[in-house]
Design a protein around this ligand. Structure first.
Ligand code: DON
Length: 313
């Protein structure tokens, strides 16, 4: 990593955002969840937050968006904290798929028919069934509280319009969930598990919330702002590994080569990333590429990583 001070990054960041922003024109805002289609296609924002509390932001960093698949990293961590590795990984694998995030192809083709990893939809829906709580309401409250602790933002809440929009139209996720139930992978009431899943996907955040969560991962589970351990180190290690191998779905290999950092994308255009031991990064750019990752956001991550020599490899 280059020794570049935060002042220089602060100066350069708005320039880099404007270099990457035009790339949004090659992407498309997600519309399969109808409510998401309202997002501005050319928006692009970024926040970087270091362990010393220094930050740099540029572009549309204050724009709020739903976490979508970014939430999957943290529900995995919560499920691991609730049940441990053996139990969770008896129902979810550890391998990338090479397929789209919402594919159910391999569930039938590859034995024993458990989801390949916790970051594809099938895996994340299974993980949702592992969250402790008396009922879906308590499970969702525990998840939301976990995100409030991770972001240090007590005001964090759902976008109920996005939640309802996905709940009403999520037939593919419903079919995945019922298929998993039929095969004995998913336990509990399918609609209740889906409700927990749709809700955590609809938690609203901005780039600084993502950067703060990334920073906790960059610091092996300790929030450098408070000194509090929020996640056991082993589970951070697992989460960062999944982010590196599966976080950008079937573009994770290319992202590892071009950026070289653990990252997780969501269909609303968010990317959460981190430089281990140094900083958390939050990016948003709603126009997506054909793999479901932010078109301009990935470009910006590539640009920043090259300029600042961030790759871990
Ligand atoms: O289940 C879904 O399809 C969405 N709630 C989340 C998918 C997602 O974010 C994929 N990311 N690129």
């Amino acid at each position: 990593m280059l020794a570049v001070d935060m002042e220089t990054i602060r100066k350069q960041l708005p320039v880099w955002v404007e270099v990457s922003r035009p790339h949004a024109a090659h992407g498309k805002v997600a519309s399969y969840i109808p409510e998401l289609s309202k997002a501005p296609a050319d928006a692009l924002g970024v926040t970087i937050l270091t362990k010393d509390g220094e930050s740099a932001s540029a572009g549309d960093c204050g724009m709020r968006f739903t976490l979508q698949s970014i939430s999957k990293v943290f529900t995995l961590i919560l499920a691991l904290m609730d049940h441990g590795e053996d139990e969770v990984f008896s129902k979810v694998g550890m391998e990338p798929t090479g397929d789209n995030f919402n594919s159910m192809l391999k569930l039938e083709l590859v034995r024993p028919g458990i989801p390949f990893n916790p970051l594809i939809n099938a895996g994340a829906i299974t993980v949702s069934s592992f969250i402790r709580g008396r009922d879906p309401k308590e499970k969702s409250e525990r998840i939301l509280q976990f995100f409030k602790d991770l972001t240090g933002n007590p005001g964090l809440d759902y976008d109920l319009q996005v939640y309802r929009s996905e709940s009403e139209t999520g037939n593919l996720n419903r079919s995945i969930a019922y298929f998993l139930k039929e095969n004995g992978v998913l336990s509990g009431d399918v609609e209740e598990v889906l409700d927990v899943y749709f809700r955590h996907c609809a938690i609203l955040a901005d780039c600084s919330d993502l950067a703060r969560m990334g920073l906790v991962l960059a610091h092996n589970g300790v929030d450098p702002m408070t000194g509090q351990t929020l996640i056991p180190r082993r589970y951070v290690q697992i989460a960062k590994t999944f982010m590196t191998t599966c976080g950008m779905y079937n573009a994770s290999g290319e992202f590892a080569i071009q950026v070289g950092l653990p990252a997780k994308s969501g269909v609303s255009g968010g990317i959460l990333s981190l430089v281990p031991g140094y900083c958390g990064i939050g990016v948003v750019g709603p126009a997506l590429n054909d793999k479901g990752n932010s078109q301009a956001g990935v470009h910006l991550m590539e640009h920043m990583s090259r300029e600042l020599d961030w790759s871990m490899f």
